[in-house]
Design a binder for this molecule. Sequence first.
Ligand code: NAD
Length: 496
Amino acid sequence: MNHIAHWIGGATRKGTSGRVGPVHNPATGEQIAEVDLASESEVNQAVAVAREAAEGWRAASLAKRAAVLFTFRELLAGRKDALAAIVTREHGKVAADAAGEVARGLENVEFATGIPHLMKGGFSEQAATGVDVYSIRQPLGVVAGITPFNFPAMVPLWMCATAIAAGNAFVLKPSEKDPSAALWLAGLWREAGLPDGVFTVVNGDKEAVDAILAHPDVAAVSFVGSTPIARYIYETGTANGKRVQALGGAKNHMVVLPDAELDAAADAAISAGYGAAGERCMAISVVVAVGEIADPLVAAIAERLPGIRIGDGADPGSEMGPLISAQHRDRVASYIEAGVTAGAKVIEDGRKSGRIPEKGFFLGATLLDNVTPEMSVYTDEIFGPVLSVVRVETYAEAVELINSNEYGNGTAIFTRDGGAARRFQFDVNAGMVGVNVPIPVPVAYYSFGGWKASLFGDTHMYGPDGIHFFTRSKVVTSRWPDPGTSKIDLGFPQTD
Ligand code: NAD
């Protein structure tokens, strides 16, 4: 049995808690490894090592830090297939999807190579006579990332690239369901010349998370996961005086107006609804069909369903892989049943698909029509290959539906009408909007984040917000002695 340990002080360190968790290959259903689950004292040891490393790392020049980022970028770009294969083996997503995840993570590393420019402050000469004022940004010290199972490489890279480039020591607590990508990244950081202790991996579950949230030396926590846990992390972390950004779950709507290009909209619904078996926080889970396009749109989506090749992600022919666990597959299936019971019209039932492998945690693609806002298939994040179609008569009803939803991660509109698209971006309450783009994940030089129950905190992830989150500003007011103008003045300093 492969054993997955922690990474502390630049080397793997076997756990001492006596607790381990199973890691499966979801395509076969077999357990392929066990992962150490850290105790509070192991987290404390890891943070102590990180704290010491943070002192030296923040003193390293911007040039040195950028150089490590550039080397890391080269190594990652050169070995991206190896990382993608690890993602496929433990998560199950198909090879092309895993490659996409790694590529989007790499973007964040590339952004962070520009750290000397990104850390620049402002300078005001002569704010008062003989007085200059300037701002600088400094790292926070030890910062932590807690990440979900569905992007085991990309989400850690969203966080660690900017956190480390900014001069922090970064402690990662990856998902215990697919932790190997994090360990692989740790080895790569070391090879890139990052000093030991600046990148740490503590594997674990709630116990490790709670230890991070309670630790006085952890200055900030960046979290991505489900909404109930995101809320818990935000409330607990901020109550303990930490800076917290906590990204939660989603229910992403794709509005299709009557003038939309039908085939493009159907292709997009299939790609964004069933890609990664729906296990993406930016997956489209609700198609909002406006007016007379509903019948042809449902028919066009249904027609494409039999073409989806479901299988082991390691097989290059597969387009959709399994779900992460048997338990999650059964939960998704129970939502399909709930939808049927509530009166949704089943166009395709993934539980009955004859085209799925027998072994592994597979479920076929499901399409439900005539879904209404009270049904649990609509209200809850299912996180599986289940696409719901809600029919409305007008654009205004579509926007009202989205804006009434608990979540506000991503949304998209499909139309040929530029005015309608522009109005949609103005009207809609969501953090990321696509215009004829179903999965509008911002490029690395913007920032990623939702609204409402999809994000707790006020900074988004990576990009400019990431730099902001992982640094704090200091403003210096400076006067150099000038014997020619020196005098005693007990009044309050004014900007004259
Ligand atoms: P999760 O919330 O179960 O787990 C996320 C992390 O929290 C893991 O590291 C896990 O070990 C830890 N955790 C789980 N339960 C905990 C508890 N009770 N106390 C403390 N820590 C706990 O999420 P998941 O199932 O791994 O990932 C899927 C979820 O993540 C979905 O809801 C998805 O929408 C969301 N997600 C959101 C984004 C985004 O950007 N908004 C991106 C990816 C995934």
